[in-house]
Design a binder for this molecule. Structure first.
Ligand code: GUN
Length: 281
């Protein structure tokens, strides 16, 4: 059996068309949705992600601001800029690209962003709201995964969902969303004793660990929906996910590719959150 492919680029086109219409409606009211992105340092992957986010904004008829600081910048400078952006009524969303250099307390930075402009959904107030089942902003990657599952009508009520990875950006919010949708959720991580035991029980398997090809076909239940959040660069320069695509596609029912799966959906949902922030004004 060969799994059906869940193409994040194709789904993104559909969703982004709808977002462009919403941006046009806002423009008619004199509001141009605006995302401000702060990048500190020269991490090549972060650089690419930020460039993609800014380009996607412009294509969707939105405005973007980009502030780039050297890796050794005084955190006070970044806090000052966040305060300015918080106070600017023309800015609807603020994103500080993670990870930040060592001199930063990332939590303090995320808490400095106004919760109403926290389109990443990383502010403690927004994390709490998500946990309580009344999200203000849903973190973009898990939000994109939920849209992908919805697009294929994947049955969630009572399903066994297993998430590999417990990050604040993906694993934990993903668990909250799947739980709210009626799944029985297991979160696995680096200390999990028998990973395969858990993954083989999964109707829905989400891999978000950042380890190339660590989930193999032998770890997947026949017919499962496999969502690969990983984006890893191999020594030959090629991108691959956390799932060994070639062996996994023989077992899974539905699978996302890397690249072209969850990655574009993350950016799409960032645009959605920014438009939503602008619509709330
Ligand atoms: N670094 C990796 N993913 C993300 C994300 O979704 N948001 C931010 N701000 N930084 C990231």
């Amino acid at each position: 059996m060969s799994a059906q492919l869940l193409d994040g680029n194709a789904l993104s086109v559909i969703i982004r068309n709808g977002l462009a219409e919403r941006a046009a409606l806002l423009a008619a009211r004199g509001v141009t949705p605006c995302l401000a992105v702060i990048l500190v340092g020269v991490d090549p992957a972060s650089n690419v992600y930020v460039r993609n986010k800014v380009n996607a904004c412009e294509k969707a008829g939105m405005r973007s601001l980009k502030d780039v600081y050297p890796a050794d910048v005084d955190p006070a400078v970044v806090f000052g800029r966040i305060a300015e952006l918080n106070a600017d009524p023309g800015v609807h969303g603020i994103l500080v690209q993670l990870p930040l250099p060592k001199q930063f307390d990332s939590e303090m930075v995320l808490e400095a962003i106004s919760p109403e402009k926290d389109i990443d959904g990383f502010h403690a107030e927004n994390v709490g709201a998500l946990m309580q089942g009344r999200p203000r902003f849903i973190p973009c990657t898990p939000y994109g995964v939920m849209e992908m599952l919805k697009s294929r009508h994947v049955s969630l009520k009572g399903a066994e969902a297993v998430i590999v990875g417990r990050s604040n950006i993906v694993g934990k919010p993903m668990a909250m969303l799947l739980l709210a949708a009626g799944c029985t959720v297991t979160i696995c991580h680096s200390q999990t004793r028998d990973l395969g035991f858990h993954t083989r029980r999964a109707d829905i398997l989400v891999a978000a660990v950042g380890r190339p090809k660590m989930i193999t076909g032998a770890m997947i239940k026949s017919g499962a929906t496999v969502i690969d959040v990983g984006i890893n660069r191999l020594p030959d320069g090629k991108l691959c996910g956390d799932v060994d695509f070639e062996s996994a596609r023989e077992v899974a029912g539905i699978i996302t590719p890397v690249p072209g799966g969850v990655g574009p959906m993350t950016i799409t949902m960032l645009l959605a959150n920014t438009i939503e922030a602008a619509e709330r004004i």
